[in-house]
Write a protein that binds this ligand. Structure first.
Ligand SMILES: NC(=O)c1ccc[n+]([C@@H]2O[C@H](COP(=O)([O-])OP(=O)(O)OC[C@H]3O[C@@H](n4cnc5c(N)ncnc54)[C@H](OP(=O)(O)O)[C@@H]3O)[C@@H](O)[C@H]2O)c1
Length: 348
């Protein structure tokens, strides 16, 4: 028998409410000593907190592919860890594995069939990158741009990224530059984030939406208008960007985090004015879901890995320690406490 710690859902946020750390509770648990056929004992190294989890906190997630977390049950999401022992032929002791349904637990017994074995060489030993730049948020940035962005070298395009200092946004802006946009402008929530975007990640300019006049600064930073918009946030910021888009532009509808604490469907309805702009300027805005493109994941992860190894893409992370920090880290990320990918380190 083995003592472990786990995080369970303690309560649900109110309708239209922001999540609070007290929605989560830390508990002790014991793991059975013996593995059954097909099972694997894993030690958790890193866990991910992600905006979509806000939907899993509701009794009804509003999306058929997302199941709600149950009260008093262990919470789960993206994780990476190492195999301690295995009764599954696909895994052996020492393998590094990931899953989208990793329990928020220090050690766990999982079915081998839900684990993906990964190659630590892809991340030069930075195993937390499997949850971010060389994982789902990196894939979202790359495949979102490739599938929906119509970025073309030599076409003199300007890209705007909202949520630009976050996990997806910080990678998306760098890929926009590498794929040939002549100008990449980020919108984010602090001066420190703006500085990182321009000085560390090579964005052309950055706008702090909490402090600055966004329409005026966008005009200044995008004198030729906006051709491609990587949208992580929705709401007023997106109305403002779309109003400055050029004919034939493309919105990459990645996410709408400004609306996730509200009881609205996904994607949330647009104002009449914004809908008119899209129609009259022939701007595309198709829903993008990275999970629909996983057949392209392996090639995309190789491309991301090469860019990171060569230094052409810089990876930013905000790392906190310990399973007891999960609730705090999730709530902090939802209000902008992170630069780059929010990671929780569970063990060495
Ligand atoms: N389509 C897909 O398949 C897919 C896959 C993964 C993620 N996503 C989406 O991508 C987006 C980013 O996810 P991520 O994992 O990379 O998270 P993230 O950007 O690292 O973290 C969330 C960020 O959202 C910003 N934010 C919070 N409330 C806001 C508001 N009211 N207005 C503007 N910005 C706000 C905060 O930064 P500030 O300081 O700038 O406010 C915060 O840091 C989310 O919308 C997510 O749902 C989509």
């Amino acid at each position: 028998e083995m003592q472990v710690q786990k995080v369970v859902l303690n309560s649900r946020p109110g309708t239209n409410g922001a999540p609070v750390p007290e929605n989560f509770r830390l508990e002790e648990a014991t793991l059975a000593p013996d593995l059954k056929d097909g099972e694997v004992l894993v030690r958790t190294l890193y866990l991910s907190v992600d905006p979509y989890m806000r939907c899993r906190m509701n009794e009804d997630t509003g999306a058929e592919y997302l199941t709600p977390w149950q009260l008093s049950e262990c919470v789960d999401g993206g994780g990476v860890g190492v195999v301690q022992s295995s009764r599954c032929s696909a895994c052996t002791e020492g393998d590094v594995v990931t899953s989208f349904n990793w329990p928020w637990q220090t050690f766990a017994v999982m079915k081998g069939s839900v684990l993906q074995k990964v190659d630590p060489q892809l991340v030069d030993g930075h195993l937390s990158y499997f949850l971010g730049a060389i994982g789902i948020t990196g894939l979202t940035a790359l495949l979102g741009i490739r599938e929906k962005g119509n970025v073309t070298k030599g076409a003199n395009q300007t890209m705007v990224v909202s949520g630009a200092a976050g996990a997806c946004g910080s990678i998306a802006g760098q890929i926009g530059r590498l794929d040939g946009c002549v100008r990449v402008v980020g919108i984010c929530g602090s001066d420190e984030k703006c500085r990182a975007l321009v000085e560390d990640l090579g964005f052309s300019a950055a706008i702090n939406y909490r402090q600055e006049d966004v329409p005026a600064r966008l005009k200044e930073c995008c004198p030729g208008g906006v051709d491609v918009y990587f949208d992580n946030v929705g709401g007023t910021i997106s109305d403002t960007v779309i109003a400055q888009m050029n004919n034939g532009g493309h919105v990459i509808l990645c996410g709408q985090i400004s609306q996730y604490n509200k009881d609205v469907p996904y994607p949330p309805p647009l104002s009449d004015e914004t809908q008119d702009t899209l129609r009259s300027k022939n701007i595309t805005r198709e829903r993008f879901t990275v999970l629909n493109y996983m057949n392209k994941a392996d090639a995309a992860l190789c491309e991301l890995s090469q860019w990171v190894k060569s230094g052409q893409i810089k990876v930013l992370e905000t790392v906190v320690n310990g399973i007891g920090s999960m609730g705090d880290a999730f709530c902090s990320m939802m209000k902008g406490g992170n630069i780059g990918k929010q990671i929780i380190k569970i063990s060495e």
